[in-house]
Design a protein around this ligand. Structure first.
Ligand code: GLU
Length: 423
């Protein structure tokens, strides 16, 4: 079978995803036909987006949307604005969404989008024209029953509002369920902004309880201080954990007594969005990963834990807030060291879970309380953790491969029931 002989390079996120897929496929005894169907994205769309800039010139941006698999339901996944966006990255992120939705048992397939741009260098008007033009070009791809975008790196509520508005204009009626992560007044859900960080916290608690470690007084380090990192850090501190270090693009900030996370968030928000100048000992992002802490939360971006630094990691538990923070050839080293890794497709699934609740509320035309959203999301996360943990025990495999086994097993079963073409 092809997956038995495949070798994959490690800095390419799609290849990194595929080497885990291969291992899970082997354990599942996936037939070659299903293997080939599930590894290939069902749809990849690349568009050139012309935008009139504030100075009157026209700039053309490259935009992507990949539907990896829509067997379990409409494809779901965020849209990323970053200079690193490329087709292989979007393909990997779309596949991760397929596995993520399946692992937590929500009725979605996986997709992802991206525009190669530096959003910090664009004015609000330029961002709006770019987002609306991208939506125009994707009108046949998106749809509340087809493909439902959400925020990701470099995008947030405002971009989702523009997408909702532009799509609604194009179809001729108000269509809030076409996108999630919207502002509350526009059909967003209570709890959505905090949802990914909250899921990271719930997963951390589950992992610690398996290891018999109390969260109270337990130390941690969080890489990345965007939506996911900062809220994870805040909620972990609220569990009584001591967050010794945080970081962002400006570097790492360390305090052996524990960082005051509320103060760090307030500082960031009044400081143009970065931690530059925040009072703490300065360390590098690399040093943060190697700190002597119980829990490490990489919540920044791909390819942070590699074969070069994995051996120096001292944490007992890694909870992946980011998508793809660990490259595939670091897995074995972490396993050998006995580190429990709660993989991205499980640990950061709280965001898409509450996206699903937002979509459900939009379709009901009804709003849930924050308490109801959180209670249901916590339940989904805990149940998924237990299912993955049980699979890891059953097959004697890591939590990462167990998460792939659980999710690929489900998607393959549906693919068998429905036939090869899904939608
Ligand atoms: N971008 C988030 C993720 O990677 C959320 C996706 C969504 O809510 O659809 O999981």
């Amino acid at each position: 079978m092809s997956q038995k002989t495949a070798t994959h390079s490690n800095d390419n996120p799609f290849e990194s995803m595929m080497s885990r897929f291969d291992e899970a496929a082997r354990i599942l005894g996936l037939d070659e036909g299903s293997y080939n169907v599930l590894k290939s994205p069902q749809k990849s769309v690349i568009v050139s987006i012309p935008v009139t800039m504030d100075n009157g010139t026209v700039q053309v941006f490259e935009g992507f949307r990949v539907v990896h698999n829509a067997n379990l339901g409409p494809s779901k996944g965020g849209i990323r604005y970053s200079m690193d966006v490329n087709l292989d990255e979007v393909k990997a992120l779309a596949a991760w969404m397929t596995w993520k939705c399946a692992v937590v048992g929500i009725p979605y397939g996986g997709g992802k989008g991206g525009i190669k741009c530096d959003p910090r260098k664009l004015s609000k008007g330029e961002l709006e024209r770019l987002t609306r033009a991208y939506t125009d070009l994707m009108v046949d791809v998106f749809g509340p029953d087809k493909d439902i975008p959400a925020p990701d790196m470099g995008t947030g509520q405002q971009e989702m509002a523009w997408i909702m508005d532009e799509y609604s204009k194009l179809v001729g009626y108000s269509s809030p369920a076409v996108v999630t992560g919207k502002p509350l007044v526009l059909g967003g859900s209570l709890g959505r902004v905090e949802a990914t960080g909250r899921g990271v916290m719930v997963s951390t608690r589950s992992a610690l309880s398996k290891l018999g470690i109390s969260p109270v007084g337990c130390t941690c380090a969080v890489q990345g201080f965007g939506n996911v990192g900062s809220i994870s850090a805040k909620l972990l501190a609220m569990q009584g954990m001591k967050v010794l270090a945080i970081s962002d693009v400006t570097g790492g900030y360390y305090n052996p007594e524990g960082i005051d996370i509320e103060a760090a968030i307030a500082y960031r928000d009044s400081n143009g969005g970065t931690l530059e100048g925040f009072k703490a000992e300065r360390i590098s992002n690399e040093q943060l990963l190697e700190l002597d802490v119980t829990v490490l939360v990489p919540a920044a971006m791909e390819n942070q834990i590699t074969a070069d630094n994995a051996d120096r990691i001292k944490a007992k538990v890694i909870v992946e807030g980011a998508n793809g923070p660990t490259v595939a050839n670091a897995d074995e080293i972490l396993n050998r060291k006995g580190i429990m890794v709660v993989p991205d497709i499980l640990a950061n699934a709280g965001g898409v879970t509450v996206s699903y609740f937002e979509w459900v509320q939009n379709r009901l035309g009804y709003f849930w309380t924050e308490e109801r959203v959180n209670r249901r999301a916590d339940r989904v996360m805990k149940t998924a953790f237990e299912a993955v943990y049980a699979a890891s025990q059953k097959h004697n495999i890591s939590m990462r491969i167990a998460a792939y086994v659980v999710s690929i097993g489900k998607v393959a079963e549906v693919e068998k029931l429905r036939g090869k073409f899904g939608i």
